[in-house]
Ligand binder design. Structure first.
Ligand code: CTP
Length: 470
């Protein structure tokens, strides 16, 4: 019996796939089809496959051409399959010509002519675009715009930049137009990404939802938990997506870490400590520089709270706040800690823009702990450590576009489904972030540390000295 094998994604099965499979079967007596697992597709750079692995496998099976359908999960698996299954012929379409010649060592390799005029990519594009408007702080808006280019299903429509944000020259910005007014932006799109100043989020979200637009907004979504819930109810009522744009939640390593911890790999989770700091230019050139800047809790609070709320839940007993404002800028926190107590656990979020610490994440369990080195919020790597070091495990996962790429894919999918946005960050977590940061921002009940003087930092001082010497 002559055994043939072929591999592919087989998303939105089309006549090109059917013709390929028919001709593959004709090369022998028994056909094995390998369908790529979702994770493996991501590693290969195919991030927005429309159908799940199950749907794609079922569609291939339903054709009745394949004798066996298997999952392709890892790099190099083709060699293992060919050897273990006694394969005589490996075949794929001519778009891969030459790429699999290395398999000639194990079996015959045949490239079949690709059917012209049809591809999964084209079908995905035809299934409709979400026209996206981007509003807010320039570096963030530009990052999201850049990452949108990798997501078919999202079509950048226009941009509105905060304050003095400079929009790139026409040659770099392609077709995307800049507008000055939110209503103008909303008229031109189906969905918005909001990175406006945090105190404007609530107002901007409300206007966007009222205009019938899906919203992806930087966290915190609202100034209080109650206002966040009000916006969530409004989104639900209109069948719209309101999603929290904390990119870390969408990084594969972070997501896998949550799954490991939740499935008991370190026993019961007792505590989560997440630290996020970045030294920012907050005053070297006087008062004006702080205006329009995001405070430490606005810039880092949501990310630092995320693993606490996702691992220990939103049903906390109490929260304590420690805070240090920037000298001369009362109300602008430059460092903070939020400690959240649960009946059975404890979380600590540390954040700063005028303080520096090790930006790691540690999840303590009764049987071991998870350690993510700095900067944990952009990680592609973590370790599960035990009392017995021989049991320690290290995990690596590719990180594309800091998580933003996956986030946009999920957002577009949720918009297509009509409003279900809880895949990575649940509505309860989003509301709890608004609640905790809202309470922190009032300063009520906070332990206030002496303000942080932030004239010329030592770093800047050294730079100035070097400049004046040269
Ligand atoms: N194929 C083909 N003719 C086409 C499209 C695909 O012969 N018009 C073949 C590919 O060469 C491969 C198999 O079908 O051997 C599975 O291809 P897959 O990558 O899943 O499909 P594409 O339509 O090429 O997908 P995409 O657009 O996402 O790259």
């Amino acid at each position: 019996m002559r055994k043939v094998i072929t591999y592919g994604t087989y998303d939105l099965l089309h006549r090109g796939h059917v013709r390929l499979l028919e001709r593959a079967k004709a090369l022998g007596d028994y056909l094995v089809v390998g369908v790529t697992a979702d994770g493996f597709d991501k590693v290969r750079g195919k991030i927005n496959v429309s159908q799940t692995l199950n749907e794609r496998m079922r569609a291939v099976q339903a054709l009745g051409i394949a004798d066996e359908v298997i999952v392709e999960e890892y790099e190099g698996q083709k060699i293992d399959d060919i050897r273990s299954m006694g394969i005589d012929v490996f075949t794929v379409g001519s778009d891969w010509a030459g790429k699999f010649d290395y398999l000639k060592e194990y079996c015959e390799v045949v490239y079949l002519d690709r059917t012209q005029g049809v591809s999964s990519t084209e079908l995905r594009e035809e299934s409709g675009h979400l026209r996206m408007g981007y509003a807010g702080k320039s570096p963030l808006v530009e990052k999201y715009l850049r990452e949108s280019a990798f997501v078919n299903g999202i079509e950048p429509a226009c941009v509105m930049l905060d304050g003095d944000g400079a929009w790139p020259a026409p040659s770099q910005r392609g077709e995307v137009e800049q507008v000055d007014d939110l209503d103008d932006l909303l008229r031109r799109c189906d969905a918005v990404y909001l990175a406006s100043r945090p105190d404007l989020h609530y107002k901007h979200i409300k206007r966007s939802l009222a205009a019938g637009k899906h919203v992806l907004c930087e966290s915190p979504v609202a100034p209080t938990g109650a206002e966040c819930e009000e916006l969530q109810a409004m989104a639900r009522e209109h069948g719209l997506v309101l999603a929290d744009a904390i990119k870390t939640a969408y990084s594969t390593a972070y997501h896998r870490l949550l799954l490991l911890a939740k499935s008991g790999h370190i026993g019961r989770v007792l505590s989560v400590r997440a630290v996020c700091t970045s030294l920012a230019d907050l005053g070297a050139s006087g008062l004006g520089t702080v205006e329009g800047k995001w405070s430490s809790s606005q810039a880092w609070g949501p990310t630092a709270l995320l693993p606490i709320l996702q691992l220990l839940g939103c049903d906390y007993r109490s929260a304590d706040f420690v805070r240090a404002d920037l000298a001369g800028h009362q109300g602008f926190d430059a460092f903070g800690e939020i400690r959240v107590a649960y009946a059975d656990g404890y979380g600590e979020a540390v954040f700063g823009k005028a303080a520096k610490s090790e930006g790691s994440l540690v999840v303590t369990g009764t049987d071991g702990y998870i350690y993510v080195p700095a900067p944990w919020w952009k990680t592609d790597y973590f370790e599960v450590r035990n009392e017995d070091p021989t049991q320690n495990r290290r995990y690596f996962f590719q990180l594309d576009g800091e998580g933003i790429r996956n986030e946009l894919v999920e957002f577009a999918r949720a918009a297509e489904r009509g409003g279900d946005c809880g895949f990575f960050i649940g509505a309860g977590v989003t509301a709890a972030i608004s609640d905790l940061l809202g309470r922190f921002s009032t300063g009520k009940g906070c332990i206030m540390l002496a303000p942080i003087e932030r004239g010329i930092s030592r770093h800047e001082d050294v730079e100035r000295t070097t400049q004046s010497l040269s």
